[in-house]
Each structure stands twice: as C-alpha cells, then as structure tokens.
Write a protein that binds this ligand. Structure first.
Ligand SMILES: *Cc1c(COP(=O)(O)O)cnc(C)c1O
Length: 363
C-alpha cells in the first residue's frame, strides 16, 4: 500500500506500483536502452490505434495540451481554416489555440450535454469551401460525453477535408480502428495509465512530411521533432526519460490486460458500478447513460450542497474527486479511469455514503 489517495480524476490518475517502479533508473538521452524503449513506445502507440502502416507517432514533452497545440500548429497550414466542434472546455481550448497561434477557425458549438450532429458538420463544410480541417474531441472530459467520432470522420472524409482529433481522455480505452484521421493527439497519463509529462500525436505520414515550415513554434514543431527523431532516434531537446520508461511498462500492462477492448471493459464496469451506486444514494448524472463515455461521470450538485466539505471528507478517507467544469449547472465529477477496479469504486461509494451521513449529522 502506497498510502497515496485513489485519484478519481481525469489525470493525473492512479497508476500501478510497477509503473512507478519502472522509473527507478537514470537513462542518458543517447543510451541505447532508452532509444530502444522510445522506439518501442512509439510503435506501440501506433498499433493501439491500428494505424502502424499509415501514420507515425511524434511524441512531445509536456502535458496533453502541448500535443494538441503542436498538432494544430504543425498540421494546419498558415492559410488553412479549422472548423472546431465545441461542446465543452476542450473543444473551446482548441478554438483558443487557433486564435492565439493565428489559424483562422469557425466554431460549431452544441450545448455541453449534446454531441455535434454529423449532418450539420457536412452542411457547414459544404457551405464554406475555405474550411480545410475539422477539429473534434473524442470524449469531452468536461462532461464525460462521447462524441460521434466515426460519423464525423466519415463526413469529413466525404467532403475531402482533414480531421484532427483530441483523443486525450479516450485513447487506449475506446477503439478507433477503421476511423480515418490525419492526426490524433493523446497523452501518457490518462487511459494509458502512465505518468504525466508527455503527449504524442499520431500523424498521417505524407501529411506530416508535407508540413515543414507550418509551425508557429520551435518547440511544438512536430515536423521538426519527427525528422530529428527519425534521423538518430533521439529527441531534439531533453527527453522525459522516466515518463517514457513508465509508459513503456504501462503499455506492457495494457497488452497483458487484453488491449483496448479489455481496458475499456474494465472502465465500463467501473462506470456502471459508480453510476448505479451514486443513483441509489439520490445523485443524478448530467448525461443519460447512452450519451456517456465510461471515462468520467458528471453528477449534478444538489442545491445547497457543501461541495468543499464533501470533497475534503472524501479526501480524508482516501479518495480524490473533481469539481465540475460546466459553464451552466453546478456539478462535480468522478473518474472511472486509472489503475482502479471494483475495490476502489466500492470504496469511494462507501466513503460517499459515510460522508453524506456526517454532513447530515452536521459533523
Ligand atoms: C486532459 C485533456 C486534455 C489535455 O489536458 P492537459 O491538462 O494539458 O494534459 C486535452 N483534451 C482532453 C479531452 C482532455 O481530457
């Protein structure tokens, strides 16, 4: 037992002890063991998405947002225009990135509990020939909503435009096989159950090869990062060696578990148990089950609910939950992802039950 709390958050999240132990070494950036590990991680990530033949994996130092910004800055040409699908904070963040790095964009926004309509995406693309790219979040972590990525990809392809995906909170747990995309960004520390510190973008090879000179930034230039790494296996700038070592091990654990389908299955069981247990105590979910990804659940805050005390009491019992991120309603969120299962979910439900009794007793 590590004594650490169980993190029921969308990242960082609870990792396996053996993943933490995988970091107990020092690697030089030119160390052959490190270079081999780095190559294996990059290949493994491509295989998880079923794009090993068509795409390359470009890792980038930093959190997930660094990878999203690198993806938009490198793959959208300076005279391109992005249709950003927004139904939460992460869609809005992609629009902010476009604004700040100077890429033209339009927004198709739907309410936070509503997925975009692929038919409407098609209509918008037909109506504006200047749109070159569509940017879509797979699981919108703001609410836990699952966006219809396959249907969006199909429409984008049919209209001859390019699709860029923020798959941060879904990658490794929700399958993307057969979905056509130019680029998909994710990070080491969500459903892959590694530690934070690295993002990566799976890029269609010929699109990346043609993207030289697009980037607004030296450090976030995926084309440069890729050509340098392909030349000698090394990172351009100090690599997050320990993060990669942890991720290499975490990918082994994912394979041992049975791959993407098995991991998604465990998260789905976590989600079912959590939602049923919370509903039995009177809590309501923001989303109907059918709209929900088994990643993180948003619960409506009952009126007058003392969230700070609720949160702190759960923390004292060893469970960390997350405040809401909705623009409209008051809410809080509980994650289903990480190296957790039935024991941890039953544990947090028991802690919630005890906390509610304490709050009621005015303790
Ligand atoms: C976590 C997350 C990100 C990236 O967040 P960072 O804090 O930069 O790691 C981006 N998009 C989605 C959908 C996410 O869940």
């Amino acid at each position: 037992m590590s004594g650490d709390p169980v993190l029921l958050t969308p990242g960082p999240l609870t990792t396996a002890a053996s993943t933490k132990e995988a970091m107990l070494h020092d690697w030089g950036s030119r160390d052959g063991r490190f270079i081999g590990m780095n190559r294996k991680v990059r290949e493994g990530l491509l295989e998880l998405a079923g794009v090993a033949g068509s795409h390359v994996c470009v890792p980038v130092q930093g959190s997930g947002t660094f990878a999203v910004e690198a993806m938009l800055g490198t793959l959208v040409p300076r005279d391109g225009r992005v249709l950003v699908l927004v139904n939460g904070a992460y869609g809005r963040r992609m629009a902010s990135i476009c604004r700040i790095i100077g890429r033209a964009f339009s927004v198709y926004e739907t309410p936070e509990e509503q997925p975009p309509d692929p038919g409407e995406v098609g209509r918008l693309l037909r109506g504006d020939p200047s749109l070159t790219h569509v940017a879509c979040v797979h699981c919108e972590t703001t609410t836990g909503l699952l966006n219809p990525l396959a249907a969006v990809a199909e429409v984008v392809e049919r209209h001859g435009r390019r699709l860029l995906v923020d798959a941060m909170s879904a990658f490794g747990a929700l399958p993307v096989d057969g979905i056509s995309f130019d680029a998909m960004a994710a990070s080491s520390n969500k459903c892959l159950e590694g530690v934070p510190g690295m993002g990566f973008v799976l890029c269609r090879r010929e699109v990346l090869a043609a993207s030289g000179g697009n980037a607004h930034s030296l450090a976030l230039d995926l084309h440069d990062q890729w050509t340098a790494m392909d030349a000698n296996g090394q990172w351009r700038f100090t690599p997050p060696t320990h993060v990669i070592a942890a991720l290499a091990h975490a990918l082994d654990l994912l394979a041992e578990e049975g791959g993407v389908a098995a991991r998604g299955g465990r998260y789905r069981r976590n989600w079912r148990l959590l939602v049923d247990g919370m509903r039995a105590m009177g809590f309501e979910t923001l989303l109907p089950d059918a709209a929900q990804a088994p990643i993180i659940v948003t619960f409506r805050m009952p009126s007058g609910f003392p969230f700070e005390r609720f949160h702190d009491s759960l923390r004292a019992k060893g469970y960390v939950i997350y405040p809401g991120k909705l623009t409209g309603a008051d809410s809080f969120r509980i994650g289903c992802i990480g190296a957790i299962g039935e024991v941890e979910i039953r544990g947090v439900l028991e802690a919630v039950r005890e906390t509610l009794m304490e709050l009621e007793a005015g303790r």
